[in-house]
Design a protein around this ligand. Structure first.
Ligand code: TYD
Ligand code: MG
Length: 458
């Protein structure tokens, strides 16, 4: 009998150690080492994709870069414009894409929908989580076009590769990488060494056959992709599927992409019949209202290359008990405190005794500093109980001295605001340099200080 060989793996970063250690020297986390069996089975490997199989290794020699022949690879353009966008313009042949997200956010729905919409391509959807009947039931709900989509419920990689040879898929989808199991490793499914081995086998398959592979990955409580960070290093593209499960909007964000920009964003709406692409997000992110209420303002932000007009709502009311509350949803709480301090110190508004609640409509999380001015305007509008006209929007950062600072790509923001029928936009006067503002018909108010903005606004 073969001697069982084990090793210890950090469950956080995937580092390996021969013996147990309390603190991981690689990532600094405590108590993350777990023993896993790594003894490879003494069977002759049948799979062609086994990692490190003895295919004659050709020694590579350095070549001048000019001599390397290169052909632009034909990307697969899907019907899903949002997915094409986040991937940087379609699916790259032989690429490996990891999609992470909380349970129930809609990862399986998204991938099945894509599998069904890739008409003319043979797609193999391997599920280790659901039965064939469950997948069929979901496919019925999606009402997508039926295509050459094959479903396989299997978790062993060796059998998956056997089926791949029979089906010869042009796109492979794995739901999920944590359920896969390779018989070359004895550790349980979902353990660091299993996840790493299965990903390596699939990666080899993807690169050698030129088949794009999508992996669905679970995320941990802290919001990281479960399993080792190595997983993220191995794949070409990492997409995060996020959103509030109680809200209908879902955001697909690129966090790593070897074939495109990482600042791209796709927006979907979860409907009874699957995910619908939201091609004009600004329209849904701004609530429809007849009269102007106090405390509401619109910020012209950019997510990736996409201008988004986002509604900021705030409620400022006198604190009844001791320490005033500061609550913000979708906006950084520390930044909110900073802006409140600026308003207090530079504007003389007595906000220290007020409860402040801030909310970004639509369940979005916004990090664009250009939202600062809209946040300040919304807080002040609620504090003074003076509504801001619903056709006014803002795009500027606010500095600690109360100065209104320039933001990047202001022209895109103004164009989007104009397109959506806004009549006035407030920007920083420092944004006027080098930008031809005369081509816009929207009223552009450019100021250098917060007081000037408020004097003009209220
Ligand atoms: P699912 O794709 O299984 O999530 P994940 O794979 O990320 O765990 O499904 C997510 C949720 O979406 C589920 O709670 C039900 C809902 N849903 C709809 O609202 N409409 C639909 O058409 C489908 C298929 C699911
Ligand atoms: Mg799922």
């Amino acid at each position: 009998m073969a001697k069982i060989k084990t090793s210890y793996f950090c469950q956080n970063c995937g580092a390996q150690s021969a013996k147990w250690i309390g603190k991981c020297p690689a990532c600094g986390e405590w108590n993350t080492y777990v023993e896993e069996v790594v003894q490879r089975e003494e069977v002759t490997p049948t799979s062609v994709w086994k990692v490190g199989s003895s295919s004659a290794q050709v020694a590579n020699k350095p070549k001048p870069i000019a001599d390397i022949s290169y052909q632009e690879q034909q990307r697969i353009i899907t019907q899903d414009q949002e997915l094409n966008r986040v991937l940087g313009g379609g699916i790259v042949p032989g690429s490996m894409v990891l999609i992470g997200g909380e349970p129930g956010i809609g990862k399986s729905t998204l991938m099945l929908q894509i599998a069904l919409s890739l008409s003319g391509l043979r797609v193999l959807y391997v599920s280790g989580e659901e039965s064939e009947q469950q997948i069929k039931m979901r496919a019925e709900r999606l009402m997508a076009q039926t295509a050459d989509a094959f479903i396989l419920t299997e978790t062993g990689t060796q059998n998956i590769f056997k089926q791949i040879e029979l089906v010869r898929p042009q796109v492979l989808i794995i739901d999920s990488i944590q359920t896969l199991h390779s018989s070359f490793i004895e550790a349980g499914a979902g353990s660091v060494s299993q996840v790493r081995e299965c990903t390596a086998e699939l990666l080899k398959f993807a690169k050698e056959s030129g088949t794009p592979v999508f992996l669905i990955g679970h995320i941990t409580k802290e919001g990281n992709l479960a399993g080792p960070k190595i997983l993220e290093h191995m794949v070409d593209t990492v997409l995060q599927f996020e959103g509030d499960r109680h809200m209908t909007y879902r955001i697909l964000r690129t966090t790593k992409n070897r074939f495109g920009s990482t600042s791209e964003l796709g927006i979907y709406e979860m409907m009874g019949s699957g995910l619908r692409e939201v091609s004009n997000p600004s329209e849904i992110l701004i609530s429809q209202r007849e009269d102007a209420f106090s405390g509401i303002s619109i910020g012209a932000t950019l997510e990736g290359n996409r201008p988004l007009l986002i509604e900021v709502q705030s409620l400022v009311s006198p604190a009844t008990y001791g320490t005033p509350q500061r609550t913000s949803t979708g906006f950084d709480g520390k930044r909110l405190n900073m802006l409140l301090a600026v308003l207090e110190k530079r504007g003389g508004y007595r906000l220290g005794t007020q409860d402040v609640f801030l909310n970004i409509a639509g369940g979005l999380k916004v990090e664009d500093p250009a939202l600062d001015l809209a946040v300040c305007a919304s807080i002040l509008s609620s504090f003074e109980d003076m509504p801001i006209p619903s056709t006014t929007c803002f795009a500027a950062e606010v500095g600690l001295g109360g100065e209104v600072r320039a933001v990047n790509r202001v022209e895109n923001r103004i164009t989007e605001a104009e397109k959506l029928g806004f009549t006035d936009i407030y920007i920083s006067k420092y944004n006027k340099k080098g930008v031809d503002l005369s081509k816009f018909s929207i009223n552009i108010h450019a100021y250098g200080r917060l007081e000037e903005v408020f004097a003009s606004l209220f």
